[in-house]
Ligand binder design. Structure first.
Ligand code: ADP
Length: 461
């Protein structure tokens, strides 16, 4: 069975079993237009409430999320196969973030006053109007929340289309928010790509999108017709560079954990590991020993370390990439073949001797594969290989030489870089997809301001 992407209905399948969870009608063009019209009508009154009051109203969302955390975690695991424990942690983490973020939004959007002799200018931040929030399935609670919270707090109303792979999780999030805000401030539409495309083309003012680079490009093309505002958070092909003087245990742990976490279905997963030739053999041993512990299984089972891939289509992509890498000369160290039985499982897979020209070195894998390549140990080569991608989401470097770590990090073309640790900015820093990993930012002062436009009002004093 494959996931149907028709305009009429979503076949919501459990990826651990292939069983149908629900069949959900998709919004067609008329319904999308009607949803946008409702959000448009609700927007002026929502904006008029003012920033402080809107944030007070939205603070209730954290309580709603906490009350329904177990139900949401169950849904996420059933709909996309995520480990139940990971689903719960995601919900708890983003519930805390809602509260912290509302304070941050108030700081980001507070009016500023600028004075010159005889003149005073106030800089105020205006909402765009109606925002289309279109989100993926891999973090089915976190990805929607990081758009919905700031977009609504800024005074926009939102039409939200969750991924067709997690419609019920999306619906539960919408219900939690709808219980706090006035009618039609958040309107939910269900559907797949066609519904998303209708929504982007409808009478909206901005798109907040997290998903694949190809879809991001299509959205940008469509949005260009009316110069709609955009925040696009897209995929990556993140490198991890390991010099021979690094703490190899820590580097191997980072390589394995962040290639396999969420069954590799993470936009900032480690997708390419470059290890200095002289340390390649011991590093491979360490990686193999760690990866062997990543047992796949149903997300509800306690001893599973990875669930299935989200869909048969997604698994087929991973299979094709690994198979072609092996045909082209990569060495299969572990895994690499689909297990028998139901569910779209794929084992923890380790490839070594992966060459630069192979497809797997360039296309996003989004699956549980640790891909090992070697380099000659020079900084120049490390930087060249790390940047050999049109993407620019994340990058990581491990070395025992602090200065070298800083030099390499400075030259890596990525929005977030980790030195001797996995990437990830402190709270308050934006999530940045540089180059073709994004357009605009989410989070932090810079991210929150993207849901507004700055307007200056001047008067003599
Ligand atoms: P993924 O392959 O990770 O699911 P996609 O980019 O295909 O990533 O999907 C992310 C979100 O974008 C989903 O909600 C999906 O339905 C939606 N989507 C897919 N195609 C389009 C499109 N052409 N226009 C708008 N949204 C789309």
């Amino acid at each position: 069975m494959t996931t149907t992407r028709s305009m009429t209905s979503i076949q919501n399948l459990n990826p651990s079993t292939g069983e149908l969870i629900a069949e959900i009608p998709c919004a067609g063009p008329d319904e999308v237009r009607a949803a946008v019209a409702r959000a448009r009508a609700a927007q002026p009154a929502w904006e008029a409430l003012g920033l402080e009051e809107r944030c007070r109203v939205l603070a209730g969302v954290a309580d709603g999320l906490a009350e329904r955390a177990d139900e949401l975690a169950d849904l996420a695991t059933r709909e996309m196969g995520k480990l139940r424990g990971d689903a719960k942690s995601e919900i708890q983490g983003f519930t805390k973030m809602v509260t912290a973020e509302l304070e941050e939004v108030q700081e980001a959007l507070a009016p500023q006053t600028f004075k010159t002799k005889g003149n005073e200018t106030q800089l105020v931040r205006m909402p765009h109007g109606v925002v289309a929030a279109i989100t993926p399935w891999n973090f089915p609670v976190g990805m929607p929340l990081q758009i919905l919270g700031p977009a609504l707090a800024a005074g926009n109303t939102v039409v939200f289309k969750p991924s067709e792979h997690v419609p019920l999780t999306g619906q539960a999030i919408a219900e939690i928010i709808q219980a706090c805000v006035p009618e039609d401030v958040l309107v939910l539409v269900h559907g797949a790509g066609e519904t998303g495309a209708e929504l982007v083309a409808a009478d909206i003012d901005m798109v907040g999108f997290v998903g694949s680079r190809d879809t991001g490009k299509r959205i940008m093309e469509s949005a260009s017709k009316e110069l709609k505002r955009l925040v696009l958070e897209l995929g990556g092909k993140d490198p991890l560079v390991v010099f021979a003087d690094a703490d190899l245990d820590a580097a191997a742990d980072c390589a394995v954990r962040h290639s396999l976490r969420n069954t590799g279905q993470v936009c900032c997963a480690v997708e390419r590991v470059y290890i200095e030739e002289s340390a390649a053999a011991p590093f491979e041993e360490k990686v193999s020993a760690l990866a062997a512990k990543w047992k796949h299984g149903d997300g509800f089972e306690e001893d599973s370390k990875m669930g299935p891939l989200v869909s048969e289509e997604q698994r087929a992509k991973v299979v094709a990439q690994v198979d072609s890498a092996v045909e082209e000369g990569a060495r299969l160290v572990m895994g690499g073949s689909c297990p028998d039985g139901p569910g779209w499982y794929y084992p923890a897979t380790v490839l070594a001797d992966v060459a630069e020209e192979q497809r797997i070195s360039h296309d996003e894998t989004f699956g549980p594969v640790v891909s090992l390549s070697t380099f000659d140990g020079s900084e120049e080569e490390a930087v060249r290989l790390a940047n050999d991608t049109p993407y620019g989401l994340g990058a990581n470097v491990f070395t025992g030489d602090t200065d070298r770590g800083a030099r390499v990090a400075a030259r890596m073309q990525a929005g977030q870089v980790g030195i001797n640790q996995y990437l990830g900015g402190a709270p308050g820093t934006p999530w940045v997809g540089a180059r073709q990993s994004g357009f605009g930012f989410l989070g932090g002062i810079e991210g929150h301001r993207q849901f507004t436009w700055p307007k200056s009002i001047s008067k003599p004093v």
